[in-house]
Ligand binder design. Structure first.
Ligand code: EPZ
Length: 435
């Protein structure tokens, strides 16, 4: 079990390159199952979830070449298995993204029903109901979702999600692109990752309109071809490093990002006393304002509002802000586990239902703490970098799922952090060797 040992109190200074978006690379890799031709994806982040997704594609019979660490050339010509097994789904629930493409191209799919995770039960009922509206027959068989297109090909339909679901929208997009006729998706997710997936699918020959808006129209086609695509930068990694600069009272130049993908985060952090200057359309210069950090309330909502994936990082920052802030989590039912760990470090946080009240500023002291999920891990690393003394963070395998080479990046900025009993390659050449 990896641990991070962090000695806090040092301002982070320097330049950081943002990597590809994990939550775009995952559906885009799944989309390669939709064609027998080769799809080349660039800027795929080297994180554990993508290693898992690659393994899933290979288990299904696809060929995956990585001529460079972050370039995946996938050829799903010989896919002859239509099942995502439990041992992969239990480690990464995004494996459910295999359902849409397998059902779409092969008329059948079997995916282990993903269990819940630390942040919530994470059902996929909305995905399955949407597949049924596209004429699929869906059943549960000893823990597996089994879906079939009765006539071998799905039929387009008008459907409306009763609540916004990001991977649900992505799964239905990939099911609809080869269906017979037109599909209209209402109350579709509008995240930048949805637009990125639509751009890839359209490059492959799909006919999708309205991605990034609440209503998407998809005209099914007979087949899709190969394509080449570069994954968008990770907006959550960008937001995490903005908070890192502010919480350590340092200054960071954040490069290769897309500020327009995290407008709500930038607006909120500016309101909270973070100076964020756009040097150009892909570079931000970030520091804490001289007037200091101010408490500011936030509610997590679907895009384009404040993302739930930035909630934990924001809470860490609010422990250093002057005043009382209220953080309301509306997306997941149990996404405050980082709060109790921050309290162990000296924060004053009171959780009542889906709202956490943070009273600041409070001096954080290093302590042994536990990471519980991907974004909570990031929050605890940020707090440890700001705390006085040593913090030992356990179960950091969570952070390796979504942050590429986080230790190496933070050390390059002056952060005093080291990984103990590392099992993960931290450098590109080590990783290439590991491949
Ligand atoms: C995606 O998860 C992201 N993961 C999550 O990022 C992100 O937190 C989440 O969207 C919300 O933005 C990927 O893209 C791989 P949802 P997803 O379906 O699609 C409920 C990270 O840290 N729901 O939008 O699983 C669900 O329980 C991860 O990178 C149903 O009830 O989230 C939740 O309360 C964590 N039934 C809400 O909807 C369903 O069928 C939103 O979930 C589907 C979802």
């Amino acid at each position: 079990m990896d641990k991070f040992l962090v000695r806090g109190g040092k301002p982070l200074r320097g330049k950081i390159e943002i990597g590809g978006a994990k939550n775009s690379a995952l559906p885009c890799l799944a989309a390669t199952l939709l064609t027998p031709e080769t799809v080349t994806l660039h800027n795929v982040p080297y994180v554990k979830d993508l290693i898992t997704q690659r393994r899933l594609l290979e288990d299904l019979g696809a060929t995956v070449l990585t001529p460079e660490l972050r370039t995946h050339k996938v050829t799903a010509r010989n896919v002859d298995i239509f099942e995502a097994p439990y041992h992969l789904v239990k480690t990464m629930r995004a494996s459910v993204l295999a359902l849409g493409p397998l059902l779409s191209r092969f008329g059948q799919a079997k995916v282990s029903l993903p269990g819940g995770c630390a942040i919530g039960t994470r059902p996929i009922d909305l995905h399955l109901r949407a597949f049924e509206q596209l004429s699929a027959v869906v059943s549960l068989e000893s823990g597996d979702v089994v879906a079939r297109a009765p006539k071998g090909r799905l039929k387009g339909a008008e459907l409306e999600f009763e609540k916004v679901t990001v991977t649900g929208t992505e799964n239905v997009m990939m099911a609809a692109v080869l269906a017979e006729g037109r599909t209209v998706i209402r109350n579709a997710a509008m995240e930048p990752e949805i637009e990125d997936l639509a751009e890839l699918l359209n490059k492959m020959g799909a006919r999708i309109r309205g991605a990034g808006t609440p209503v998407m129209e998809i005209d099914g086609v007979e087949g899709l071809g190969g394509a080449e695509h570069t994954i968008i930068p990770d907006r959550i990694e960008t937001g995490t490093f903005i908070v890192a600069a502010a919480i350590t009272d340092g200054e960071l130049e954040i490069k290769s990002c897309r500020p327009e993908h995290l407008t709500a985060v930038i607006d909120k952090l500016r309101e909270a006393g973070v100076e964020i200057e756009e040097l150009n359309q892909s570079t931000l210069l970030v520091r804490r304002s001289p007037a200091g950090l101010r408490a500011s309330d936030v509610i997590t909502e679907p895009h384009p509002l404040f993302p739930t994936d930035m909630q934990a990082q924001y809470m860490a920052l609010m422990t250093q802000a002057e005043g009382t802030s209220h953080i309301t989590e509306t997306i997941f039912e149990n996404r405050f586990m980082h709060a109790s760990e921050l309290v162990r470090m000296g924060a004053e946080i009171h959780v009542a239902g889906n709202t956490a009240e943070v009273i600041g500023p409070r001096k954080l002291m290093g302590a042994p703490i536990l990471a519980s999920d991907l974004r909570a891990s990031a929050s605890l690393v940020l707090a440890a970098l700001c705390a006085e003394g040593e913090t030992l963070i356990d179960r950091v395998y969570h952070i390796d799922r979504g942050y590429e080479r986080i230790v190496r990046k933070l050390r390059s900025l002056g952060g005093d952090i080291e990984r103990i009993s590392s099992g993960i390659a931290e450098t590109a050449d080590e990783a290439a060797g590991a491949n």
